[in-house]
Design a protein around this ligand. Structure first.
Ligand code: CP
Length: 317
């Protein structure tokens, strides 16, 4: 594997999932694969799960890891080509990335979207500039539009939880939030679930919250949350801001918060969320604290997803 920024970089979802579960059973089975290799984890935005799980995964494979909080620990980067750098950015990615590519064998990058300019965000300028100038494999730790390590984790969690010989019904439901959030997790989850093809997949959201159709093709889409929840085996709860009229909060109807009452419509559904979660805004305490919630299992699986991906990257260098 040369890079991991989207589901399209995975040759086989099933191979990555099976390998992740094998690492879960035996974390150190390939602990010399990354011997002598160094990974740089660059954060342009905060993180807990992605940062720690990727560090653990890389160390399980025998790699050295250095974490660098761009903008806090170092200079603020400029990403635009031909920028006149008379503002706050100090160092162009064109100058920094080739150096990072000499220091590290693999780079992990976390960026967020601006949520101001859709074209810029959806061009994935930041991560693509690193890919262009670093000259080493780049792993997305969440980009402007996608969060592939999260989605691989989600698929691993669904497969290890669902043991019936039929397709699970999976529902991605929008939830209220206090801030305008990126579409990354929802885009990415849709991309992986539709790409997998092993589920009956429905997305429920209020009007005006349609996602980019490049990621949702193959999903059923409804504005009726209760209808969507009927007989669901998994309910993935996530807020996102508007895509068409980009980055806005149109509706923040608390009626969209998932409650125990709504769960009764499902087939004893397992409840998923990528975390961090705003309790009693996106999801009620009663659900998060119940046996239906598999959010801790999900977050734990971040290690095995990252380890599976890094293992494929290491085999390619
Ligand atoms: N789900 C997720 O990416 O969590 P962090 O923001 O803590 O990394």
């Amino acid at each position: 594997m040369k890079q991991f920024i989207s589901s399209q970089d995975a040759e086989s979802f099933q191979q990555l999932i099976d390998q992740a579960l094998a690492y879960k059973s035996n974390p150190l089975k390939d602990n010399s694969l990354g011997k002598g290799k160094r990974m740089g984890l660059l954060f342009l935005n905060p993180s807990m799960r992605t940062r720690l799980s990727t560090e653990i995964a890389a160390k399980n494979l025998g790699m050295d890891v250095i974490i660098f909080n761009v903008g806090q620990d170092g200079w603020a980067f400029e990403f635009e080509d031909e920028a006149i750098m008379s503002g706050t950015s100090v160092e162009h990615v064109k100058d920094a990335a080739p150096i990072l590519g000499k220091y590290f064998d693999v780079l992990g990058i976390r960026t967020f979207p601006s949520l101001k300019n859709k074209e810029d965000d959806y061009s994935e300028l930041y991560i693509n500039q690193f890919i262009k100038y670093a000259g080493v494999p780049v792993v997305s730790l969440e980009s402007a539009t996608l969060h592939p390590l999260q989605s691989l984790t989600d698929l691993i969690t669904i497969q290890e939880t669902f043991k019936e010989k039929r397709k699970p019904k999976i529902v991605l439901t929008w939830a209220p939030h206090v801030k305008a959030l990126p579409q990354c997790v929802a885009n990415s989850f849709s991309q992986w679930i539709t790409g997998w093809g092993g589920a009956d997949f429905t997305i429920a959201h209020p009007e005006d919250y349609e996602l980019d159709t490049r990621f949702t093709k193959g999903a059923s889409i409804t504005f009726n949350q209760e209808e969507a929840l009927r007989n669901a085996d998994f309910v993935y709860v996530k807020n996102w801001s508007t895509y068409s009229d980009y980055g806005k909060i149109y509706c923040n109807d608390p009626q969209w918060m998932l409650t125990q009452e709504k769960i009764k419509l499902t087939n004893h559904a397992k409840i998923m969320h990528c975390l961090p979660v705003r309790r009693n805004v996106e999801l009620s305490d009663e659900i998060l604290d119940s046996k239906s919630s598999i959010v801790t299992q999900q977050a734990t699986n971040r290690v095995w997803a990252a380890q599976s991906v890094l293992s494929e990257i290491l085999k390619g260098i």
